[in-house]
Design a protein around this ligand. Structure first.
Ligand code: ZN
Length: 169
């Protein structure tokens, strides 16, 4: 069975006008993607789909929580994230995505498969820097340990293997 049927919209039968859909994406969704950066994540998605005669406009609004680790101290953290995105879908001769990211669906299609978009949007919701809210919230022991490891690196004598190579000159 296709694990993504919950994210498929049979658009052919939709009347012109605005339709709303809700989706939930969770751990089992992300498990289907080999390279997912999110493993433990829960999102709710509100979709507003406006069907017009020559196109559809899809406005997505994602809200979610993602389990990650702090970039600073390595402690588990929960990120609360949101993302909004718009997808334009036009009817055409063949199914493709144009350079300006418009999805063209052929006349033969009658279902919109949204899983790839939801996957991308949930990843776009992730902040580039993922840290505890305040530096004070960080695990101080872990920070101290990291500090001392870094100091060690700086003070380290030259790698003996490098010494050996120099001797070969
Ligand atoms: Zn932290």
């Amino acid at each position: 069975m296709n694990p993504f049927t919950a994210y498929h919209i049979p658009f052919l039968g939709l009347k012109a006008g605005v339709h709303t859909f809700d989706f939930v994406i969770n751990e089992s969704f992300f498990e289907e993607f080999e390279y997912s950066e999110i493993s433990k994540g829960n999102f709710t998605v509100d979709l507003k789909l406006e069907k017009q005669s020559t196109m559809m406009v899809l406005d997505f609004s994602l809200e979610g929580k993602v389990e990650d680790t702090c970039d600073r101290c390595g402690m588990p953290i929960t990120l609360e994230v949101t993302h909004e995105d718009r997808l334009i879908v036009k009817y055409g001769d063949e199914t493709k995505i144009t350079e300006d990211e418009i999805l063209v669906v052929s006349q033969a299609e009658h279902i919109l498969e949204l899983e790839q978009y939801l996957y991308e949007y949930s990843h776009l919701a992730l902040p580039s820097r993922r840290v505890c809210d305040n530096e004070d919230d960080c695990d101080q022991d872990a920070l101290d340990l990291l500090d001392s490891l870094q100091d060690d690196d700086e003070d380290d004598d030259i790698d003996p293997r490098w010494e050996a190579l120099k001797g070969l000159k």
